[in-house]
Structure formats: structure tokens, C-alpha cells
Design a protein around this ligand. Structure first.
Ligand code: C5P
Length: 227
């Protein structure tokens, strides 16, 4: 049974206010996704690393990826993250019970040790699970005009991160049957089938680069790790 990292990288990054998709923006002298791949390449338990890019991607081929020996690239991105992941799963040619670890290209500060840990913790789990962190802030529900309607109790609330680790066939089936705007991560597709993925403690440093200021933060995190 193999462990396969699948990296959806077919987004346009519309919230970054940049013509270049965020996975290719410069982060400490390299394209952002280079750091993501570099972290995954350090995980000894991974057998394959597969990136899903858009069919129209004009950036990928302008970089040199040869240092990542096991890297595979699939040009089968879809209109949403979930579609990109499903297309990738269908193109993977993996065994039904292989584990797939879906990881956002836009999370370049992933700690390889956390991935190894989650593989150990979830090895015998019937469904799989995700990295996540407990919610630290007080949560407000707002209506129009940013008026607070009420305070939502944060007990038991976690912020989902990636990797999200599931069996290849089960995840493909969950995404194929559950596809819709409510499926914003892999776990939500499994939950829709009535299954209960496990939460594995992640790290606040595993941030998703979404807005322009996140790039600077990611750079600081990477630099702090090097010291
Ligand atoms: O836009 P967001 O930050 O939620 O995207 C999360 C990840 O999903 C990114 O790595 C992005 O490239 C990927 N994605 C994708 N296909 C899409 C939209 C997003 O692979 N159609």
C-alpha cells in the first residue's frame, strides 16, 4: 500500500491581486510551490508526489523541477479545487486502498515531520484524517454592515489544514457523489457520506497563502525554520 501526495495547483489565486497564479509567485527566491514540493520531498514515507495543474498553465514549464526526482505532473485541473482533486485521483493509476495525502500548493511552510506523524497516527484508521488546529479566537457571526449578530461558541471548533489523508477510491467516490459548493476540502466530502475523519494536530505555521500580505509571513516562517 502506497502513500501518494497529490497537490492541487490549478487555481488562479484571484484574492492575491496578481496576474500570476499564487503558486508561482516569488517566495524567498523560488516559486511558492517549490517550497511546498521541497517539504513533501523530505517525507520519507511518501512514494509518489503528483501535482495537478491547469490545462492552460503557461508557467510550470518555465521552471526547472529536475531536483524533485519523483515528481509527476498532471495537466487535468478543474473549475474548483474539488474538481482538480477528483480529476487528479482519476488520472493517478493508484490501487484502491493506497493512501492519498492531498496538500494545497499554497501551503509552502508545511513541516515534513507533521506529515510523517499523521501517516503513523492514521495508519489503522478506517477513514483517514486531516491536519487541523483548534480555533484560538472568539468567533462572531456578522450580518450586513459588519454588525455582530452573535458570538459562536468555539468549543470543539478546529481550523482545517492540509494534508488531508484518505484512501484513493473512497475519496474519489466521495468527491464524485458529493461535488458542490459546500465541499471546500476533502474531509467535507467524506463527512457528507456519514464518515468521521480524524483530526490530527497541525501547526499555525502551516498557513495557506491567500492574500498578498501572507507572502511576507510565509517568508518569515521559512526563514525562522532555517535558524
Ligand atoms: O483558492 P484556494 O486557496 O482555496 O486554493 C487552494 C488550493 O487549491 C491551491 O493550491 C489552488 O491552486 C488549488 N486549486 C485548484 N483548482 C482550482 C482552484 C484551486 O487546484 N480550480
Amino acid at each position: 500500500m502506497k502513500h501518494i501526495a497529490l497537490i492541487p495547483a490549478a487555481g488562479s489565486g484571484s484574492r492575491m491581486a496578481s496576474a500570476t497564479p499564487k503558486q508561482y509567485l516569488d517566495l524567498a527566491g523560488k516559486p511558492l510551490i517549490w517550497h511546498t514540493l521541497s517539504a513533501l520531498a523530505k517525507v520519507a514515507e511518501l512514494d509518489r508526489i503528483v501535482v495537478v495543474i491547469s490545462r492552460e498553465d503557461e508557467w510550470w514549464d518555465s521552471f526547472d523541477w529536475r531536483e524533485f526526482k519523483y515528481l509527476e505532473v498532471l495537466r487535468c485541473g478543474g473549475a474548483s479545487r474539488a474538481e482538480s482533486v477528483l480529476n487528479g485521483l482519476q488520472a493517478l493509476q493508484a490501487a484502491v486502498d493506497d493512501w492519498v495525502l492531498v496538500h494545497d500548493a499554497a501551503r509552502p511552510c508545511l513541516d515534513p515531520a507533521l506529515v510523517s506523524q499523521m501517516i503513523v497516527v492514521l495508519a489503522d484508521h478506517p477513514v483517514g484524517g486531516i491536519l487541523a488546529v483548534p480555533v484560538a479566537d472568539t468567533l462572531k457571526l456578522a450580518q450586513l454592515g459588519q454588525q455582530i449578530v452573535h458570538t459562536h461558541p468555539r468549543d470543539g471548533l478546529w481550523q482545517a489544514q492540509t494534508p488531508q489523508m484518505f484512501r484513493v477510491a473512497q475519496l474519489a467516490q466521495a468527491l464524485a457523489t458529493g461535488m458542490g459548493p459546500d465541499i471546500t476540502d476533502e474531509a467535507s466530502a467524506l463527512e457528507k457520506l456519514g464518515l468521521q475523519p480524524k483530526l490530527v494536530m497541525g501547526s499555525p505555521w502551516n498557513l495557506k497563502v491567500t492574500y498578498p500580505q501572507d507572502l511576507r509571513l510565509a517568508e518569515l516562517i521559512l526563514a525562522a525554520r532555517e535558524v
